[in-house]
Design a protein around this ligand. Structure first.
Ligand code: 3PG
Length: 315
């Protein structure tokens, strides 16, 4: 019997077609599968290719006795209970680097949107208004930018910002130095939060980083500063974020990721005029999804045909 593969969270159309023609695999014909359908299909599944919409819990694993591999078609694996997978002999892999440029560009897009109030101005225009004086913004050029987490994505952000003549301070216990002449390391997070004009977060979510952007750090930011988060929602104290934005203790924020996704109906973030939100779009570009998809297809083939596990992520 051929390994049965489910791709529940969407996939590049052409690559999905190509995957379906792989004679070594049986691929479920829909590239988007809701939770209840997924539960129905799981007993048959040998492999899953997921994005952030599917959470791999012990309960879900119970329904999948034949599951051998979960590929996270992306970077973050915080939606996969890796310990539970390990206990069941299910391997976990991701597609490292494939969507990183898109995530970095999205963080920069959020910076520009918050600084120039373009989202608010667009909404105002569509209400038939012409409120030029209301939307005076701030330049990105020559700003002090704090990058929290200086791995692949944080470093791309720093490189792409070069044209804006920034002064970058980065925080990352794992990175000692950086070749960019305008970027220097700082180990005191509070110093970064209290001195930068823009803070951009690029840290993976794991037990050690959960809630690391505390109320104390948010309250240390200068009144003119903005906070960008295109990494993970669980990193930031969201209640404190609501408080500092509501009381205008900081200028604004741009968030692509949230503690709960999608947002609950009564989430207070939705009431904030100085917060720009996007629905976890960092990796949602055509280019990123082609790169991610190509890697996932290759990894599926290597694992199920050649018994070769690529890009394993351990608990
Ligand atoms: C990631 O961790 O790869 C990004 O957050 C993108 O997530 P997505 O694939 O669900 O869009």
């Amino acid at each position: 019997m051929k390994p049965f593969i489910i791709v529940p969270d969407g996939f590049d159309k052409n690559l999905f077609k190509q995957l379906q023609t792989n004679s070594n695999l049986e691929v479920h014909p829909e590239s988007k599968v809701d939770q209840s359908k997924l539960k129905e299909l799981l007993p048959k599944a040998s492999g899953l290719v997921i994005r952030s919409a599917t959470t791999i819990t012990p309960d879900l694993l119970e329904l999948a006795p034949n599951l051998k591999l979960v590929i996270r078609a992306g970077e973050g694996t915080d939606n996969i209970d890796k310990k539970a997978c390990g206990a069941k002999g299910v391997k976990v892999a991701n597609t490292p680097g494939a969507n990183n440029n898109s995530a970095a560009e999205h963080a920069i897009a959020l910076m520009m949107t918050v600084l120039r109030k373009t989202a608010e101005a667009d909404a105002s225009m569509k209400r038939g208004e012409w409120e030029k004086s209301k939307f005076t913004g701030v330049e990105l050029a020559d700003k002090k930018i704090g990058i929290i987490g200086f791995g692949r994505i944080g470093q791309i952000v720093a490189k792409r910002l070069a044209g804006f003549d920034p002064e970058i301070t980065f925080f990352d216990p794992m990175v000692e130095k950086c070749d960019l002449p305008y970027a220097k390391k700082e180990s005191d997070l509070k110093k970064i939060f209290s001195s930068c004009d823009i803070i951009s977060i690029h840290v993976p979510l794991m037990p050690a980083t959960k809630g690391m952007i505390t109320r104390e750090l948010l309250e240390a930011m200068p009144a003119h500063a903005i906070l960008i988060n295109a990494a993970r929602g669980g990193l930031v104290d969201e209640e404190a974020l609501v408080d500092v934005l509501k009381s205008n203790k900081i200028r604004g924020a741009g968030f692509d990721v949230f503690a709960t996704e999608p947002l609950d109906a009564n989430n207070k973030l939705k009431d904030l005029g100085n917060l720009v939100m996007t629905p976890h779009l960092g990796a949602s570009t055509e280019e990123a999804q082609v790169r991610v998809g190509q890697m996932a297809v290759h990894q599926l083939n290597e694992f199920f045909v050649n018994n070769n596990l690529l890009n394993e992520v351990k608990a």
